[in-house]
Design a protein around this ligand. Structure first.
Ligand SMILES: [Ca+2]
Ligand SMILES: [Ca+2]
Length: 317
């Protein structure tokens, strides 16, 4: 019996080693169904065919019940773009997509050719996912890859989970509510240019945004068209009405590390929402910043598309 037990231990150890090697050596793109992890409810990787293709009417990803609805004027919001008015993109892959070490990604990203005009877009989330994303006394998470444009007068790209869309100037179309992240700053009621930092953004029964400027700014390499790609994660703690809901923004530098503590947030905001009205994600930009790999889920692991923390995997094996 002792020998059998020893064999089982050796076998388990060998299997753990093999699985560990597999986990270390398997490129994200080759993992089967990399996005199908527990508690990941909404995903948009901008996996669309073609070069310089309009986002309007595209309906990929999952967790939504409508296609993208795009407004604005001049330079279109497109996928499959690898050239920019500052030159060829320095941070995108051959599909025009952003990547981050260890994060599964697909296809292209969303961007524009330059700062002429502005664009906004929104997409409604399906009722089943909304029920899980808006419960009092729960925590939800989102993640997004951001490539801030090097062009200093156009760093305003914004992502919001809320109950209204954004329009001209990056405000909401009538008083709205939402939490999110943006490169924008606030400029006495209208958006201002940011430094490249991933700022916390909220619309609090307002047409204009409230912004908390982040303490982190990514690196802009010499000659870069965009700052180094940021993996930004948002944590939202929903509270019953009367108690402020909480938004924490994190800059993630290593996807293998444990869930960050709230004290590690680079920006945060609070607002007393009735989040049961939240029904969509909304985007806005005036520049050529790059947005990609939008995820929303019930856990930190889910918005990194990782099945469980490494420690948990070892116990299971
Ligand atoms: Ca992508
Ligand atoms: Ca609330």
């Amino acid at each position: 019996m002792r020998r059998k037990a020893a064999c089982r231990r050796v076998g388990a150890a060998a299997l753990a080693v093999v699985l560990g090697i597999w986990a270390l050596n398997t490129p994200a793109q080759q993992i089967e169904e990399p996005l199908n992890v527990p508690d990941l409810l909404v995903y948009e990787g901008f996996d669309y065919e073609g070069v310089n293709v309009s986002l309007n009417g595209q309906d990929g990803g999952f967790g939504f019940d409508e296609a993208w609805d795009v407004g604005g004027w001049n330079q279109a919001w497109q996928t499959g773009r690898t050239n920019f008015n500052l030159g060829d993109g320095t941070t995108v892959n051959e599909h025009g997509g952003l990547e981050f070490p260890g994060l599964p990604t697909v296809g292209s990203a969303l961007t524009r050719f330059g700062p002429a005009g502005q664009r906004w877009a929104e997409r409604s989330i399906s009722a089943e996912e909304l029920a899980d994303l808006t419960q009092d006394d729960t925590t939800i998470w989102f993640s997004i890859l951001l490539g801030a444009t090097a062009q200093g007068n156009a760093r305003r790209a914004t992502f919001i989970f809320g109950d209204n869309g954004m329009v001209e100037g990056g405000g909401m179309d009538g008083p709205g509510h939402g939490f999110g992240v943006g490169l924008r700053t606030d400029d006495d009621g209208s958006s201002g240019d940011g430094t490249g930092s991933p700022n916390a953004v909220a619309f609090i029964n307002s047409e204009s945004a409230t912004v908390d400027v982040a303490t982190f700014t990514p690196v802009l390499q010499d000659g870069g068209t965009h700052f180094d790609t940021m993996l930004v994660v948002g944590k939202i703690n929903w509270k019953p009405e009367g108690t402020p809901d909480e938004l924490y923004i994190f800059n993630i530098s290593d996807v293998t590390e444990n869930e960050p503590e709230e004290a590690e947030a680079v920006a945060s905001l609070t607002a007393d929402f009735d989040q049961s009205t939240f029904d969509r994600i909304a985007l806005w930009d005036t520049g050529q910043s790059i947005l990609d790999e939008i995820r929303m889920g019930r856990t930190y692991d889910s918005v990194l598309s990782r099945p469980a923390p490494p420690a948990t995997r070892i116990i299971l094996y």
